[in-house]
Design a protein around this ligand. Structure first.
Ligand code: MSP
Length: 530
């Protein structure tokens, strides 16, 4: 199956901080999960470059060459993701020719559908959001997301998109596809916005008012509104307007991951734009004539850093590459995806990160691997030579061979529903049981009286560890490889089996040698993290 997933495209008015990394890491974990399962994955991210915010940032930096500025900043984003091992399949910049070609085609299609009309717009505009605001959006006269920014009074002639014409179609789509807006609480919020507040929107700005933006086809006096152009990145990256075969293969998107701040754009404006263009452009229609709409938009929460909003002016916009020297990026990935219920707000603090590093990673996962590998080497000279399917000859509270297939079902569900936190929670619950099983069976004592039973106990946990290595792979790819190595297995050969075949009880060959264990998560006295 194909699986197309996207992150928002980021403004390049700054370098990435931990908040941006959060969306991208979550997307990376889901992309890795789908690849493990054998899906044809297309994982997209990129940069949103036709924004006035970028120009303002460039000017603030005392620069004047916009092309050079955008090139440099796009490279900063690209190289940050590369350094963090984010497994993207494509990186789109909205100043690329392939994007411009698709935007032009799309604009013409919406125009041909009769949904664009010139009107005079008078009202407020927030450059922080790149969005038009109405009174009901404001708190004490300011944009609640950018209370330090003055709102612009705009009075100009613009192209308007007949968004409200799509009210009923949008509501019908949302109701018929409950999975479209996730989590559920957001669906209610968006539903009431569509039903009660959504109005037609201006989708262009006067050339004389803005210094960047894609020209409106056939109207030299106007530039396309940045959000109209930005949303289209999801299509132009998969070939809309340039590569029909690629577009047919990867569109519609299966999942747009976004922050809760930009959900309206993704769940109202975006599908309505597609509904409109699809009336004219057959590429945007399914065989039954319906528009090819994205399958799911999942909005995650925002997080604070040690209780404070992340912002450049507070000086806490930490570069994700510098977050946790000494403990490894896998630990940061684990922390972010485990600590915060995906969809809700949360806090990132060094203390919590180090707590989880010590408790969940070093003590629970790391120690289990270390102890069991060491005991198997000592008592059985490698992987115990036993029939892994035979029942244990002693009474125990945990039966790995039964528990792990159930765990796999939970992990599948967690990742499939964009809930990596739930997948991790289930894995750690099982890890606690595995540790308890060792406490309970006490192989170091048992071995004196029942060496056979000891061998079976150890095999069961080693095989369970092999399953854990598979299941933590999407979130902790490097750690998973280390665990496979500790089991004497070649990670690539394991992955070549495929997710379902790899996760069958008994995959660990009895009698195989085990290399000397090394701590997976070395103790760190202190770290400069955060
Ligand atoms: N360019 C637009 C998106 C266009 S998508 C067609 C944009 N860019 S952004 O750079 O300002 O922010 C992108 C995303 O970064 C947010 O939606 C959110 O996903 C993420 N985050 C930024 N700060 C964050 C936190 N403090 N916490 C969590 N996510 C945060 O909006």
């Amino acid at each position: 199956m194909k699986f197309t997933l996207t992150t928002p495209i980021y403004y390049v008015n700054d370098k990435p901080h931990i908040g941006h990394a959060y969306t991208t890491i979550a997307a990376d974990a889901l992309a890795r999960f789908h690849r493990l399962r054998g899906d044809d994955v297309f994982f997209l991210t990129g940069t949103d470059e036709n924004s006035q915010k970028n120009v303002q940032a460039m000017e603030k930096a005392g620069e004047s060459d916009l092309v050079a500025y955008l090139d440099r900043m796009a490279n900063t984003w690209k190289s940050t993701w590369a350094e963090l091992g984010i497994s993207i399949d494509d990186f789109i910049r909205t100043t690329e020719p392939r994007h411009l070609a698709g935007v032009e085609r799309f604009w013409r299609a919406v125009e041909a559908s009769g949904d664009l009309e010139k009107r005079t717009y008078t009202g407020l505009y927030c450059t922080g959001c790149e969005g038009f605001k109405v009174e009901s959006d404001l708190v004490q006269g300011k944009c609640p997301l950018h209370p330090n920014k003055e709102l612009d009074q705009v009075a100009e002639e613009n192209w308007f998109f007949a968004l409200s014409k799509y009210r009923d179609d949008l509501l019908a789509y949302v109701d018929a596809h409950p999975e479209f807006i996730q989590p559920e609480a957001r669906r209610n919020e968006i539903r009431s916005y569509i039903a009660q507040f959504m109005t037609d929107v201006s989708v262009s700005r006067e050339v004389k008012k803005v210094s960047v933006g894609i020209p409106v086809p056939g109207d030299d006096s106007q530039r396309i509104y940045v959000w109209f152009d930005a949303l289209l990145n999801y299509m132009t990256a998969v070939g809309y307007g340039t590569d029909e075969a690629r577009f047919a293969r990867y569109w519609p998107a299966d999942l747009h991951l976004v922050g809760k701040d930009i959900i309206k754009f993704h769940c109202a404006l975006w599908p309505a734009m597609i509904m409109s263009a699809a009336k004219h452009d057959p590429m945007l229609r399914n065989a039954d004539g319906s528009p090819k709409l994205p399958k799911m938009v999942f909005a995650h929460g925002f997080f604070t850093l040690a209780g404070q909003k992340i912002s450049k002016s507070l000086g806490n916009a930490v570069d994700p590459r510098e977050l946790a020297p000494g403990i490894g990026f896998d630990a940061v990935r684990y922390f972010l995806l485990r600590e915060i219920a995906f969809g809700e707000d949360g806090d990132f603090s060094k203390e919590r990160l180090m707590e989880r590093y010590g408790a969940d990673l070093a003590n629970t996962l790391g120690n289990l691997v270390n102890r069991v590998v060491a005991m198997s080497r000592k008592y059985c000279d490698g992987v115990p030579k036993v029939d892994g399917a035979a029942p244990l000859p002693i009474e125990t509270s945990w039966h790995a061979a039964e528990d792990l297939p159930e765990l796999k079902t939970e992990v599948d569900a967690g990742f499939e529903h964009a809930r990596p936190d739930q997948a991790l929670e289930a894995i750690w619950k099982s890890l606690f049981q595995a540790n308890k099983f060792i406490e309970e069976t006490q192989p170091f004592k048992l071995v004196k009286e029942q060496p056979e039973a000891t061998a079976q106990v150890l095999y069961a946990v080693l095989e369970a560890i092999r399953w854990y290595a598979w299941m933590v792979t999407p979130v902790m790819p490097e750690t998973a490889r280390k665990i496979f190595a500790q089991l004497g297995l070649d990670a690539d050969a394991e992955y070549a089996k495929g997710w379902d075949a790899g996760l069958k009880w008994g995959g660990l060959p009895p009698g195989a040698p085990l290399p000397e264990p090394k701590p997976l998560f070395p103790r760190v006295e202190s770290t400069d993290a955060v």
